[in-house]
Write a protein that binds this ligand. Structure first.
Ligand code: FES
Length: 148
């Protein structure tokens, strides 16, 4: 490949990458947010689950909530408008951070898997994930973090 062809190919790849980033952001694929902590509660706006397509509102299956005071992120699943599950993203096998793939959380260390309720679906982990009580208050989720 000569220099001119190389530059042209790289330019097309860059434009493609930028377009894909814009597309993913507009689809709401980016699901990591920063939550607010007040006393022992983490607050997440219900609107953080919303994505808009024209005039229609769609909802993300989950958001991953970070906060600088948390050792691990918390994955919050939206089952429906009134039911949410907040899961500590630390594997119960040997403590690695989990990764989210749709309705399941996977451990990159040894392959354990958990469903969107935190139940073990694949070993070696034998214990479910830590789940936090979730209450809906004024268009926000209040996630109780007592004893994290
Ligand atoms: S630390 Fe997660 S499977 Fe071992």
């Amino acid at each position: 490949m000569d220099r001119k062809t190389f530059i042209k190919t790289c330019g097309i790849a860059c434009v493609g990458g930028a377009a894909m980033t814009t597309f993913l952001q507009s689809c709401g694929i980016s699901k990591t947010i920063t939550g607010t902590i007040n006393n022992n509660d983490l607050f997440v706006a219900l609107s953080d689950f919303e994505t808009k397509a024209g005039n229609e509102i769609h909802y993300k299956k989950y958001v991953i909530v970070n906060n600088e005071t948390l050792k691990f992120p918390i994955c919050v699943y939206r089952h429906d408008a009134k039911n949410y599950t907040a899961l500590w993203m630390q594997c119960t096998h040997q403590g690695a951070e989990l990764q989210v793939y749709g309705d399941k959380l996977q451990c990159p260390a040894h392959g354990s898997e958990f469903n969107n309720k935190g139940e073990v679906t694949n070993s070696p982990a034998s214990q479910g994930l830590r789940a936090f009580p979730v209450t809906i208050i004024n268009n926000q989720l209040q996630i109780s973090l007592k004893a994290v």
